[in-house]
Design a protein around this ligand. Structure first.
Ligand SMILES: CC(C)(COP(=O)(O)OP(=O)(O)OC[C@H]1O[C@@H](n2cnc3c(N)ncnc32)[C@H](O)[C@@H]1OP(=O)(O)O)[C@@H](O)C(=O)NCCC(=O)NCCS
Length: 165
C-alpha cells in the first residue's frame, strides 16, 4: 500500500467520523460510560464519539493529519496547540482495523510531533485508557513518559432521580 500523510481537508470529515466510531469500540470513555449507564439522550456512544471529530475540526482543522492509502482514508491524528503554554495536545488517533500493525499510527504521531516542533511547542501531551494495550506500548516507545493515571466517574442523574422518587 502506498501511504501518504497529508493535511486534513473538509471532504475527509465523514471518513474520519466513520473511522473513529469503528476504531474506538472498547477503548473510549464514551463507550465505557455507556457500559455503566446504558444508552441515554436518544444517542449511543458512537454518536457522541463521532462528535469529538467535529470538535477537533472546529478547534484546529490545520492540526489534523490524514493517512491515505491507495486513495482511501486509513487513519488520522488530531492535534491542537496552547501556544502561550507551549503545550501541544493529541486528542485523537485512529487507524482502520485492516491497516493496523504496519507503522501507520507511529507515522501519524511522528507527524504530529513534527508539527508541534515546527510551532515551537515544548511539551506534547497524549492520553490513553488503562485498557488500551496498544497506546500503552506505542506512546512510551516514541518517548512519551507516563505522568499520572486518572479515574473517571459518571453520575446517572436519571437513576438518581428514580432512586429518590
Ligand atoms: C492505536 C492505533 C492508532 C495504532 O495504530 P497502528 O497503525 O496499528 O500503530 P503502529 O503499527 O504504528 O504501532 C502499533 C504498535 O503497537 C504494538 N501492538 C499491537 N498490538 C499490541 C498489543 N495488544 N499490546 C501491546 N502492543 C501492541 C505493535 O507491535 C506496534 O509496536 P511496534 O512498532 O513497537 O512493533 C490503532 O491501534 C487504533 O486505531 N486503535 C483504536 C483507537 C485507539 O486506541 N486510538 C488511540 C487512543 S489513545
Amino acid at each position: 500500500m502506498s501511504l501518504t500523510i497529508r493535511p486534513y481537508q473538509a471532504i475527509d470529515l465523514q471518513s474520519l467520523r466513520d473511522l473513529t466510531v469503528e476504531a474506538f469500540e472498547g477503548v473510549s470513555l464514551e463507550h465505557d460510560i455507556e457500559r455503566v449507564v446504558g444508552e441515554f439522550g436518544g444517542h449511543d456512544w458512537r454518536w457522541r464519539k463521532a462528535r469529538h471529530v467535529d470538535a477537533d475540526v472546529d478547534r484546529d482543522a490545520e492540526g489534523i493529519f490524514v493517512a491515505e492509502g491507495n486513495g482511501a482514508v486509513v487513519g488520522y491524528v488530531s492535534t491542537w496547540i496552547d501556544a502561550e503554554a507551549g503545550v501541544g495536545f493529541i486528542p485523537n488517533l485512529a487507524v482502520a482495523a485492516s491497516c493496523r500493525g504496519q507503522g501507520i499510527g507511529r507515522q501519524l504521531l511522528n507527524r504530529a510531533i513534527e508539527h508541534f516542533r515546527s510551532r515551537g511547542v515544548r511539551v506534547a501531551r497524549i492520553e490513553t485508557m488503562a485498557q488500551n494495550d496498544v497506546g500503552r506500548h506505542l506512546y512510551p516507545s516514541l518517548g512519551f513518559q507516563e505522568v499520572a493515571q486518572q479515574v473517571h466517574y459518571c453520575l446517572d442523574l436519571g437513576e438518581e432521580k428514580n432512586a429518590r422518587e
